[in-house]
Design a protein around this ligand. Structure first.
Ligand SMILES: [Zn+2]
Length: 726
């Protein structure tokens, strides 16, 4: 029988609606994709990455274990008078004197020393509970070992008073100082886009591991403490920091600002900035109690406050911050009341990031105040999203904080998702467009380079835009889809109540969901394993066939889902909640949902019309569709086997897929022959159950030409033609 083409009972046409590798994935990032926080990706970010690759730091960077003490409070004093009043030129040193009083509680017995993090800091003296430290304190590889004069036991409180000075010949990231008048190139031509430092500025940055560059501390995100910042600057300068300004002392030529924060904060969220700022504020009336108001404060350069120009190329603070109060009302409504005593934003230049969610005092790249980007295009939408993103972090990131950098997705995914909630606050379509942009951005990056798992990003890529931001944001979205957005928000509010002012890791996040939801469509162990601990996403081949019921007017539609994704760290199966749209005559659309739990799975729907096509809802579920294949039959009663090959022709591909729908269980033989009838390969010989099956046809070693796939079942032979082009 081989080599003989028999009359085919089935006329099958293949309708390809959409393929994965279509041209929407152009070479450049499409316009609708939002570059977000990394809008200001510049040399500074490269330096930052280089620093994180430093093998000496590697060990400390990934240190995840908790130390044998817990910090209760930091009282930090920094004398920035010289730092600001002396002109900083190449070759000069940036220096300041400082002290940090650290109150901590010991967590183990017989503790004779502790370790703190300290980089670039010259330790001058340490007292322990008021007594000078007798033992030598060693500092090596960024670790300051403090030897006690005695042993301490669990529950003992220790107060360290550490006097030190900071000294560096360059801006190394933790401390940033820029002279007034310095030109800052904002990127490629046109050359009108040079801006200048309007006033001398000094500010700290800390995420993820740079707090140790300006204060000795337990620089691990899980450890939160109360804090105060006292900073001395030349008169005329303003200092902002975490919490509330409790006092300002003016002397003839200096001012000292006393900032105090009465809520626990982790080291990477501590911050101080000093410049000749214009300070102003709005009032936010708490949504939970309109009689209680807090300030939303702004620290911007005078020029940016006064700006009224309409060309959009200048910095206009009042325009940029016009939505702050509304945003605060919005997030306080959906996440629960704003959890701190005040909120503020300070604008800085130069810096490599778009925004940084320092607790109660977000730091923004000054360009967030500018309506147009460097090419003259609209930047306002992106700016509003940066402002929203950082504000949302006050809950997702600051109130609850990733316990280690492995868990950074909790912060960033939450803030990215929050951006889309703000965008969709009045119109669900806007939410859908926004979240689709995030998912498409992840998928775009993934076509460039296969992306690692969301959990525990590589050391030099902790802020991996594709996974830490876009995919993690999509994961929050999918939890919202699976649980219902309102229910998920309710669970998050409960999470803030339980873990607020503390940290949590990925397992705690998962277990909290488990404790709140009894029977999720996809159980949380599976959900977290596939989306967070493993890499990739489902890639679907979708085929369907329709049979008319003889007894009534209904149509039976078999929907066949095959997941094609493969790779080392990529799950064989993603269990997903999926929505399907069936399109029929006269614009009729029928939507149904399913839970896909197997790599190859068939679902049957009964419809009152014959669908022309169908579509998976790729807005609700992060996935790609490799191909839609529609089987159209003219003689369905007799059809026991429906077979399709895709792609066909196979052009420069390693394989095609053979999909089979069997009406009944049967023994089956599938072979591939060349057009002279020579057998090239056996694809399957054996028993198959009724339903849907998918086979690989390896084309890697086949020369260009026509091949015949013969499928023999119950004495009948079906032959399909495969065209291979190399
Ligand atoms: Zn963020």
């Amino acid at each position: 029988m081989k080599g003989i083409i028999k009359f085919m009972k089935l006329i099958v046409s293949i309708l390809i609606i959409f393929t994965l590798f279509s041209k929407i994935f152009a070479q450049n990032l499409p316009d609708y994709l939002d570059p977000g926080e990394h809008n200001f990706d510049k040399a500074g970010y490269k330096l930052f990455i280089e620093k994180k690759r430093n093998p000496k730091l590697l060990k400390e960077y990934i240190a995840l274990e908790k130390r044998n003490y817990d910090v209760l409070r930091y009282d930090l004093y920094m004398d920035w008078y010289d730092l600001i009043s002396k002109h900083f030129e190449t070759g000069n040193l940036l220096t300041f004197e400082a002290s940090n009083k650290i109150q901590l509680v010991i967590l183990e017995n017989n503790v004779s020393f502790i370790e703190l993090d300290a980089m670039l800091l010259n330790i001058e003296s340490i007292t322990i509970n008021g007594q000078p430290s007798n033992n030598s304190n060693k500092k090596a590889l960024g670790i300051l070992k403090v030897n006690f004069n005695q042993t301490f036991n669990s529950g003992d409180t220790v107060v360290l008073d550490i006097k030190y000075n900071f000294s560096s010949s360059e801006n190394e990231g933790g401390i940033n100082v820029y002279e007034k008048g310095t030109p800052i190139e904002l990127g490629p031509p046109p050359n009108y886009d040079t801006v200048f430092i309007e006033e001398k500025i000094a500010y700290t940055m800390a995420e993820p591991i740079d707090a140790r560059y300006w204060m000795p501390c337990n620089d691990r995100p899980y450890d939160k403490a109360l804090s105060s910042f006292t900073v001395k600057v030349p008169k005329g300068y303003t200092v902002t920091s975490n919490g509330l300004l409790t006092k300002k002392v003016d002397l003839a030529d200096s001012s000292t600002f006393f900032w105090k924060h009465d809520y626990p904060v982790t080291t990477y969220l501590m911050h101080a900035a000093a410049s000749k700022y214009h300070y102003y504020y709005d009032w936010y009336r708490r949504v939970s109690n309109p009689d209680d108001s807090i300030k939303i404060e702004y620290y911007v350069w005078e020029k940016d406050f006064q700006d009224t120009s309409s060309d959009g190329m200048t910095h206009n603070a009042t325009y940029a911050f016009r939505n702050s109060v509304k945003m605060m009302e919005f997030y306080s409504t959906i996440f629960g009341e704003y959890p701190y005593e005040r909120y503020g934003m300070d604008a800085v230049l130069d810096c490599w990031f778009g925004g940084m969610e320092h607790q109660t005092i977000t730091t923004l790249h000054r360009n967030v105040l500018r309506k147009k980007n460097r090419w003259g295009g609209n930047a306002d939408n992106g700016n509003q999203l940066v402002i929203a993103h950082e504000m949302a972090h006050q809950w997702l990131g600051d109130l609850i904080t990733c316990a280690s950098w492995n868990d950074i997705w909790i912060n960033e995914g939450g803030a990215v998702w929050s951006e889309t909630l703000w965008q969709g606050r009045t119109n669900p379509d806007n939410y859908n467009w926004a979240i689709m942009g995030k998912m498409q951005t992840y998928l775009y990056y993934n076509t460039q380079n296969v992306q690692p798992p969301v959990y525990a990003p590589p050391i030099d890529n902790v802020f991996n835009y594709a996974t830490t931001y876009m995919k993690a944001g999509s994961i929050y979205h999918m939890l919202g889809v699976m649980l219902g957005k309102e229910r998920f928000l309710e669970i998050l509010r409960e999470m803030f109540a339980e873990y607020g002012y503390k940290s949590l890791d990925t397992e705690e996040f998962k277990n909290f969901l488990k404790s709140k939801v009894e029977n999720p469509s996809v159980d949380f162990d599976t959900f977290f394993e596939q989306w967070i601990y493993k890499a990739g996403h489902p890639i679907y081949m979708v085929t369907h066939s329709t049979r008319k019921n003889q007894a009534d007017e209904f149509y039976k539609v078999n929907l066949n889902l095959a997941q094609l994704q493969e790779g080392d760290d990529i799950p064989n199966v993603f269990q997903t909640c999926m929505w399907v749209k069936f399109f029929g005559p006269d614009g009729i659309v029928y939507i149904d949902s399913l839970v896909n739990k197997d790599r190859i799975e068939q679902f049957t729907f009964t419809l009152p019309f014959k669908p022309d096509s169908l579509q998976l809802d790729t807005v609700k579920t992060l996935c790609q569709v490799y191909a839609y294949v529609t089987d159209v039959e003219d003689n369905s009663d007799n059809a026991t086997v429906i077979a399709n090959i895709y792609p066909n022709p196979s052009i420069n591909k390693d394989k095609s897929f053979l999909s089979l729908e069997l009406k009944e269980d049967s023994f089956i033989d599938i072979e591939i022959n060349d057009n002279l009838g020579r057998k090239m390969d056996k694809i399957k010989s054996g028993f198959l159950t009724s339903g849907y099956h998918l086979f690989d046809i390896q084309t890697k070693n086949l020369a260009s030409g026509i091949y015949l796939i013969s499928i023999q079942s119950k004495g009948k032979l079906i032959t399909k033609q495969l065209n291979v082009l190399k």
